[in-house]
Design a binder for this molecule. Structure first.
Ligand code: MN
Ligand code: MN
Length: 478
């Protein structure tokens, strides 16, 4: 066999790994960087699930989407671009296709919640003449990531007369911020050096430093706490009891930033999973009208980081309710059988991040099957823990179909696995959609420092994920 023959054989049968930047021409690279500027803006405006939901609805409205609720009550049901928002925390956008909805929709499902520190319901106290607030962490965090960091507060307090008070403190450069203190290295040795990480960093020590000026006479008790509460009362009219009915989230106060001399990477809080939220949102909004055969749906769930529970999480009936509404405005039967068949006939990409191989922690991955930064959108056939347990495990047939769509549309893709066998693991919303009988595949970019306050993505992967989702919406026909 000569060299040319060998080369031909290799080209034919060996799988190729492609770095996205090797595949793009100059104009595509310009597009890529432009797309990522808007992505960073979206991240900065969407630091909580409610703010993300608001952004999504605003962007959809600007593109002519209408609230599906308004169509359910009116005689006229004329609209093919609709949105549905539930409890302000869970959103769906849909573009109705020319085919009846019963033949199924192309669905991309992501989540808009991210790990953070939530204020407890009785948060404010004082200790050593410092005002502090108790938190309870939400989602899987490495607790030490959240120490000695400027944090902003976002959320809503419902007052005793049922009035919502929205709070955002720490995002404006002139705002104060909050922080969780950490032990100095000089004194950490004896206390911490030989202990386990879980013993050293405890949830009950994640308390936010919030003030130090007293109110009232020296002989009074808890004067710092009183001062904090008084400031809140003067500014917002809220009392201590009002925190019982409040959701206040402490998140990193920093903005999304470019990383590296070549500005090819993005560092930001909340990229899991707002990276998939933004790319799937833009894929739906930018979907070309000539590919309107099948209905396209983008789902943005809450509560994924705590197991997709609650009425706004993927375990809820939100999707069934949405499909039922869509069938109704589409003039189709809304009986249980039609609803179920519509769901079974649908196809879904579960849009979530995977873990990219980290040069400093390669050993937690199995290199042949791990995703890498910059190699495009990542298909993850299965997730799960200890033998794929708790995983959707997509069918070969559906993976094949998506792979074909990606190849035919020049999407740079790779595959991933969440760590090597028995290293740990995790899950996504995939299985909660698969229970309806539809095909589901986990598909999204791989990132570094996942669940940290500064998660890292590759701009090339962000852009390729957008193009991949768009190809799915436009080209998946069954
Ligand atoms: Mn996620
Ligand atoms: Mn996550």
């Amino acid at each position: 066999m000569n060299k040319a023959q060998l080369k031909k054989i290799k080209n034919t049968i060996l799988k190729k790994e492609t770095l996205v930047f090797d595949k793009l021409n100059k104009s595509q690279k310009t597009q890529l960087f432009k797309f990522n500027e808007s992505y960073k803006d979206f991240l900065n405006q969407s630091k909580t699930e409610k703010k993300a939901a608001l952004q999504i609805v605003q962007m959809a409205k600007a593109e002519g989407f209408v609230d599906i609720e308004t169509l359910l009550t009116k005689q006229s049901k004329q609209a093919n671009k609709v949105y549905k928002i539930f409890q302000g925390r869970c959103v769906a956008l849909a573009v109705l296709g020319k085919e009846p909805l019963l033949s199924g929709a192309n669905i991309i499902a992501s989540h808009i919640d991210s790990p953070r520190l939530d204020l407890k319901q009785n948060p404010i106290y004082e200790d050593l003449s410092m005002g502090l607030m108790k938190t309870h962490y939400y989602g899987g965090i490495r607790k030490y990531h959240w120490l000695a960091l400027p944090l902003a507060l976002h959320g809503t307090i419902i007052t005793s007369d049922n009035k919502p008070i929205d709070i955002t403190i720490g995002e404006d450069p002139d705002d104060p911020v909050f922080t969780v203190t950490d032990l100095l290295p000089h004194l950490a040795g004896k206390t911490q050096a030989n202990k386990k990480i879980s013993e050293v960093f405890q949830g009950e020590k994640l308390n936010l430093l919030s003030g130090s000026i007293p109110l009232g006479e020296e002989k009074e008790k808890d004067r710092i706490k009183l001062h904090l509460l008084n400031l809140l009362f003067e500014k917002y009219g809220v009392t201590e009891e009002d925190f019982i009915s409040a959701e206040i989230e402490a998140v990193p106060a920093s903005k999304a930033r470019d990383i590296g001399f070549d500005r090819s990477l993005i560092g930001s809080y909340g990229q899991d999973d707002r990276i998939c939220v933004y790319t799937s949102l833009m894929a739906l909004l930018d979907r070309h009208d000539k590919y309107r055969q099948r209905t396209s749906i983008a789902l943005f769930f809450d509560k994924e980081e705590i197991g997709s529970e609650g009425s706004s999480g993927a375990k809820s009936n939100f999707l069934e309710d949405l499909i039922s509404d869509l069938l109704y405005i589409n003039g189709q039967d809304t009986d249980n059988r039609t609803l179920r068949k519509t769901l079974i006939n649908s196809s879904c990409l579960s849009a979530d991040v995977n873990a990219a191989m980290d040069p400093d922690y390669k050993d937690v991955h199995e290199a042949l099957n791990a995703a890498k930064l910059g190699f495009g959108i990542c298909m993850t056939k299965f997730t799960g823990v200890a033998g794929k347990s708790g995983s959707n495990d997509a069918t070969a047939e559906f993976v094949g179909k998506i792979r074909q769509i990606f190849n035919e549309n020049k999407i740079v893709w790779q595959t991933g696995e969440l760590g090597k066998i028995d290293q740990g693991g995790g899950g996504t919303v995939a299985k909660f959609l698969a229970k309806f009988g539809m095909n589901v595949l986990d598909c999204g970019p791989a990132i570094l420092s996942m669940h940290s306050p500064f998660e890292i993505s590759s701009k090339a992967d962000v852009y390729m994920t957008y193009l991949g989702y768009k190809a799915f919406y436009e080209k998946n026909n069954s």
